[in-house]
Design a protein around this ligand. Structure first.
Ligand code: HEM
Ligand code: HEM
Length: 201
């Protein structure tokens, strides 16, 4: 299993980070949407702490992912019209920005609220980003929720694009990002032209 990405497929690290971040965002979003509807009683504090810890994990993995992306390469682009190429670049750029901006706005909201210490899964204390500040708290809260809905909209485009590649264009764009090796990927590898013979002196 290739650690780094190659022409044909995303490598194990890029794929793992993509899907782990996806699952953690789904968990953070589900818990977030439910917890804000719960009555404000002390027994929901652990739910908030869990949400914040999962969110901070997304932020840490987003840093790793971006660093790895700078070092790694991406598989070859499939043939597609220029507008689709730029649309996918735009959505990918927005997704990268959002996996930083959403947890950062949550962290800012928590810091500016200044209520109680922030602990990562109860294991260690995470520093506050600034002193308590009512104005920043309000802006960060609005931003946190609004950016989440921007992410939801970007995801519709992103998943729509992936499914179009898979079912309409019938190329390997989705297959090469999936955690498992699909038949389409094996067929694509089998139809690759053989490498040219090495030049002899
Ligand atoms: C990928 C990461 C995250 C996602 C997807 C996410 C998502 C959400 C969502 C959907 C809500 C509900 C918004 C609403 O309907 O009002 C929420 C609320 C909240 N989140 Fe996050 N969040 C993330 C990370 C964080 C982090 C890292 C923190 C703090 C360290 C945090 C702190 C909060 C708080 C305190 C609320 C409650 C806001 C309120 O009471 O109005 N979140 N989050
Ligand atoms: C919160 C969830 C998600 C986020 C933040 C996200 C983010 C990203 C980003 C930033 C890239 C670009 C990779 C790069 O160029 O380095 C990417 C690629 C990709 N994602 Fe997602 N993604 C999410 C969910 C999904 C889902 C649910 C699917 C499948 C239906 C999916 C399918 C793909 C595919 C197929 C690629 C590769 C595109 C290509 O090779 O050009 N993603 N994703």
């Amino acid at each position: 299993m290739a650690i780094r990405s190659n022409d044909a497929r995303w490598g194990a690290i890029a794929r793992s980070l993509h899907w782990i971040i996806f699952v953690l965002i789904a968990v953070a979003a589900t818990v977030g949407l439910i917890m804000v509807e719960l009555p404000k009683r002390p027994n929901i504090i652990p739910v908030y702490s869990f949400h914040k810890s999962v969110g901070l994990t997304v932020l840490a993995l987003a840093v790793l992912r971006l660093l790895w992306r700078l070092f790694d390469r991406r598989p070859r682009e499939p043939a597609m019209p220029a507008w689709q190429h730029w649309a996918s670049r735009l959505v990918h750029g927005a997704l990268y920005a959002l996996i930083f901006a959403i947890p950062l706005s949550g962290w800012l909201f928590d810091s500016a609220g200044g209520l109680r210490p922030l602990h990562w899964f109860g294991l260690f204390e995470v520093p506050k980003l600034l002193a308590p500040n009512g104005d920043v708290k309000d802006v960060a809260e609005t931003l946190h929720e609004a950016l989440f809905w921007v992410l939801a909209a970007a995801l519709v485009l992103h998943v729509g694009g992936a499914l179009k590649h898979h079912f309409v264009d019938r190329d390997d764009v989705l297959a090469r990002m999936l955690p498992w090796r699909t038949r389409r990927l094996r067929d694509a590898a089998a139809s690759e032209p053989p490498a040219p013979p090495a030049a002899t002196p």
